[in-house]
Design a protein around this ligand. Structure first.
Ligand SMILES: NC(=O)c1ccc[n+]([C@@H]2O[C@H](COP(=O)([O-])OP(=O)(O)OC[C@H]3O[C@@H](n4cnc5c(N)ncnc54)[C@H](OP(=O)(O)O)[C@@H]3O)[C@@H](O)[C@H]2O)c1
Length: 279
């Protein structure tokens, strides 16, 4: 077993039915943690739990929609009721919304906000009391590099992740002295199914990195009490974008806009729709 042992610690991983969450749940179980995996697809969670129990027999899953406050809070309360403690909460569940702002509806914006941001707030607020009771814990929020450098067609997705960053920063301050550590991990492009669920084609055609780099960052954030980790660490475009954001944010915005220029026809179609709707 490589890395620090989490034997008998209780860990919730949201969005565990695929991608980053799937690998995170497996990694914690391999280190001995009792993992509660959360997502909507029950068949996948059943398969995952079957595998995790070979490492930690207490592993289980909860199936439901984290866009519902009642379910998000239930996840934490049920876990604590069954296991008597909660040591680590990984808020990883998320959905993409790669869609030009001309095509976005208010309902879609609300759904992404509920799943990507509010679910993490709801689970966190429910997790703080049991963590306080036991003297500590860790809350790791899986955000996105898109929160720092916003790609075209991701205004709402990036907005939810930027909200998550600000929330986590505030948590980090408010939790000082409590023994609870709050952290964010900002993944760049990671090779998961999320890329198959985009509403519109992405302009990005660069490399996709393995989910394991995010899992390593989650462990590092917990074990070394790091607040913010961006992965991959040594990607030249990501480092260049971060530097540009600091010294020439206007240039960075122009660069992002050029990545996926808005065709004239798209504006004309949106204008025609606006006129015909009487706006
Ligand atoms: N892959 C990337 O390039 C990348 C980059 C930056 C950030 N991220 C972030 O990383 C996190 C994990 O994404 P991923 O790349 O691993 O994508 P993924 O394979 O699509 O996984 C998303 C997970 O979230 C769960 N989920 C979605 N909506 C849910 C809901 N309403 N209730 C409960 N669970 C829900 C999904 O399960 P069900 O469908 O079964 O519910 C799935 O387990 C997300 O927050 C994403 O924004 C990913």
């Amino acid at each position: 077993m490589a890395g620090k042992s989490y034997r008998d610690q209780v860990v919730i991983v949201t969005g565990a039915s695929s991608g980053i969450g799937w690998e995170t749940a497996r990694a914690f179980a391999r280190r001995g943690a009792v993992v509660v995996s959360v997502a909507r697809r029950e068949d996948r969670l059943e398969r995952l739990t079957g595998e995790l129990r070979a490492h930690a027999p207490g592993c289980s899953h909860l199936c439901g929609d984290l866009g519902s406050q009642a379910f998000a809070e239930h996840v934490v309360r049920d876990t604590v009721a069954r296991h008597g403690r909660l040591d680590v909460l990984v808020n990883n569940a998320g959905i993409s919304k790669h869609k030009h702002v001309f095509h976005l509806s208010g309902e879609e914006a609300e759904q992404v906000t509920r799943v990507n941001f509010l679910s993490a707030v709801w689970t966190t607020l429910a997790a703080i009391p049991p963590m306080l009771t036991r003297g500590g814990g860790a809350i790791v929020n899986v955000s996105s590099f898109a929160a720092k450098v916003v790609p075209p067609r991701e205004a709402v997705y990036a907005g939810t992740k930027a909200a998550m960053n600000a929330f986590t920063e505030g948590l980090w301050s408010d939790l000082r002295g409590s023994g609870i550590h709050a952290a964010i991990v900002l993944p760049g492009p990671i090779d998961t199914d999320i890329w198959k669920k985009l509403d519109e084609s992405p302009a990005y055609a660069g490399p996709l990195y393995p989910p394991g780099i995010v899992v390593d960052a989650i462990f590092e954030a917990i074990e070394r009490r790091r607040f913010e980790i961006t992965v991959p660490r040594r990607s030249v475009p990501l480092v260049a974008a971060r530097v540009l954001r600091l010294i020439a944010p206007g240039m960075l915005r122009l660069g992002m806009r050029r990545m996926d220029p808005v065709p004239e026809t798209l504006i004309e179609q949106a204008r025609a729709r606006a006129r015909s709707s009487g706006s």
